[in-house]
Write a protein that binds this ligand. Structure first.
Ligand code: 5GP
Length: 187
């Protein structure tokens, strides 16, 4: 397979589609550090479980926990994804359940991006059956213009326009998750 090439303008071409840099790796790392510090302060004296939503959140979760200096635990949900499409199917399925017992535990859901808010709403419904002590949501990205299901996001990395983005965990047909920066599809 060929290499991923970024030109001097910070653009990546995928066939005839152009992706331009939206958030540099430096900007992402600085914001993730702030979020980690905030979580460390707010959960002093508690032992939260950070629940990553696979696959997209894996890089955000991994950088976030490196910036948290209190004890934490980690678990994962896996939801069905967009498949190879750029727009949501409007259908969410649970592919992997939690391993941890989250009864009476403080939960932080860690998402890569909140688009319509459907996935978060789906997860919140599942969590209700488990009776956690508290539930907060952290999302690296939020697209406020495309939110259809109103949900409070407690820790937001960046609000972004309603554009399809790739990189830093976010895929295009399963690829490009390994980019350090985030790129938006340019019209
Ligand atoms: P929601 O359920 O909020 O509509 O969508 C959440 C999920 O859709 C995210 O976890 C992510 O997997 C996917 N998603 C939403 N917007 C984008 C995007 O711009 N790029 C990519 N690669 N995935 C997205």
């Amino acid at each position: 397979m060929s290499k991923i090439i970024e030109n001097e303008k910070g653009e990546i071409w995928v066939g005839n589609e152009k992706f331009v840099t939206l958030l540099s790796k430096e900007k992402i790392q600085a914001r993730v550090k702030e979020l980690g510090e905030q979580i460390s302060k707010e959960y002093q004296g508690k032992l939260p479980i950070l629940i990553g939503v696979l696959n997209g959140s894996f890089l955000f979760l991994s950088d976030l926990v490196k910036n948290i200096d209190i004890h934490i635990e980690i678990d994962f949900f896996k939801l069905s994804s967009y498949g190879d499409e750029k727009i949501t199917s409007g259908e969410v399925k649970l592919i992997k359940e939690l391993n941890a017992d989250i009864n009476e535990r403080h939960i932080i859901i860690v998402e890569d991006i909140v688009d319509t808010g459907l996935s978060i709403q789906f997860i919140k419904k599942i969590l209700k059956n488990h009776k956690p002590a508290s539930v907060k949501i952290a999302s690296l990205l939020v697209k406020p213009e495309s939110l259809k299901y109103k949900t409070k996001i407690d820790y937001i990395g960046f609000e972004i326009p309603n554009e399809f983005v790739i990189g830093y965990g976010l895929d295009y047909a399963q690829k490009f998750r390994n980019l350090n920066s985030i790129y938006a599809l340019s019209e």
